[in-house]
Design a protein around this ligand. Structure first.
Ligand SMILES: C[S@@+](CC[C@H](N)C(=O)[O-])C[C@H]1O[C@@H](n2cnc3c(N)ncnc32)[C@H](O)[C@@H]1O
Length: 372
């Protein structure tokens, strides 16, 4: 089946969920970045054909709309935006070009920020290497970039290229890590180079320490995340599993950023997504599955607080929130209901510089010692 065949362009709940996340994240990322930058790039390394067989728009149009239709677009007037799409398949590239031309014509009002739209017909790797070479020669680095790396398989996204393009302190990546294919092919003859390029490690090192076949998917994810941190240079790396109705992982979305605010924004986007069709995003906390459900089970987070902060007094509310965002699958909105219940039942004591609640910077919590 070639990359332009209609079967590959039928939309499913997993793809919808990916798009919801992209849309939601970019709507937060554009205003945040432009509050201190005057040039930002959205780079879609495996851009696709722009539209699915049922008419649903693909990631390039979703990204453009997230900006053009933004309620705070006026505040971003000072910024230059570059939308750079890379697509290797000729048919898909031609289809995307038509979509982009129609979009630009429709939105070309002559007002608003400067928005450049560029489509390159080539592979992500060749285009990226050429760019990296040019940047290297000039001694420069890429403007702050959000790179969406969304292949059909696992080839063509070398770890060393991700590092050389986006390892700088303002850029971030969202990688669709197609773990199902990786686990199926990793030990097949002839795949050594592709696997080494993906992980930035030879196959035997990728497989080292794998406990059992049952844990293979999680092991591969852990190695990929560790490499994105160590080799890619991202300070914060988190992954989110998309599971289908059979409970199997369809893919991991792996987010690498240099800013904890980026993690906060991505968490919000993940928790808001509603894939439907029996699919769900999930993550784990100490081996316990946490489903990103509108009414989630927050017991694992409660247990985490009582264990991590055990015996500590005057723990600032902000520390508890950041711990939740950075070290657990949960988001900041899950914190206060748990603390309120713990206070009501007399488990914790709260000192506050306010009449009630847990206002940021004005509430401190005393936790009991760990129970035996
Ligand atoms: C999963 S689809 C992208 C979907 C798109 N991001 C979206 O959400 O609408 C992957 C795309 O990458 C293209 N492709 C395959 N290999 C590539 C490569 N090495 N570099 C760039 N594009 C590639 C395929 O033709 C296909 O259109």
């Amino acid at each position: 089946m070639n990359d332009a065949s209609p079967a590959k362009w039928a939309i499913d709940p997993h793809t919808r969920a990916k798009h919801q996340i992209l849309d939601s994240y970019l709507k937060g990322w554009f205003p945040k970045l432009t509050s201190f930058q005057d040039k930002v790039i959205y780079l879609d390394g495996f851009a696709g054909r722009g539209r699915y067989t049922d008419g649903t728009e693909g990631s390039p149009l979703i990204a453009l709309r997230a900006l053009v239709g933004h309620q705070h677009l006026k505040r971003m007037d000072h910024c230059k935006f570059i939308f750079w799409f890379i697509e290797a398949n000729k048919e898909n590239e031609a289809a995307l070009r038509r979509e982009l031309e129609a979009f630009v014509e429709e939105h070309n009002t002559g007002s608003g920020p400067d928005i450049g739209v560029d489509l390159t017909h080539n592979t992500f790797e060749k285009t990226g290497r050429e760019l990296a070479k040019q940047l290297d020669e000039k001694g420069g680095k890429i403007a702050p970039t959000f790179a969406f790396i969304d292949p059909f398989g696992y080839t063509g996204l070398p770890m060393d290229l991700i590092k050389s393009l986006f390892g700088n302190s303002q850029s971030e990546v969202l990688v669709n890590f197609m773990v199902g294919f990786v686990q199926r092919f990793i030990e097949r003859e002839g795949q050594e180079a592709a696997i080494e390029s993906l992980f930035g490690l030879p196959v035997d090192q990728v497989m080292a320490g794998k406990l059992s076949d049952a844990k293979r998917v999680e092991h591969l994810r852990d190695v990929y995340m560790a490499q994105l941190k160590e080799v890619g240079g991202f300070e914060y790396v988190r992954s989110f599993a998309m599971t289908n109705h059979t409970g199997n992982v369809s893919y991991y979305l792996v987010h690498g950023t240099h800013h904890r605010e980026g993690v906060k924004l991505m968490k919000a986007a993940m928790w808001k997504a509603d894939p439907g069709g029996g699919s769900v995003f999930q993550d784990r906390l100490h081996g316990v599955e946490v489903l990103f459900d509108p009414a989630p089970d927050t017991e694992p987070l409660r247990a985490e607080f009582l264990s991590v902060f055990a015996g500590r007094s005057a723990v600032p509310i902000d520390e508890i929130e950041w711990h939740t965002i950075l070290e657990t699958p949960y988001r900041e909105t899950h914190v206060r209901p748990i603390l309120t219940a713990l206070e009501k039942s007399g488990v914790i004591t709260v000192r506050r510089n306010a009449t009630r609640g847990f206002p940021s910077g004005r509430a401190w919590v005393d936790f009991p010692n760990a129970s035996e």
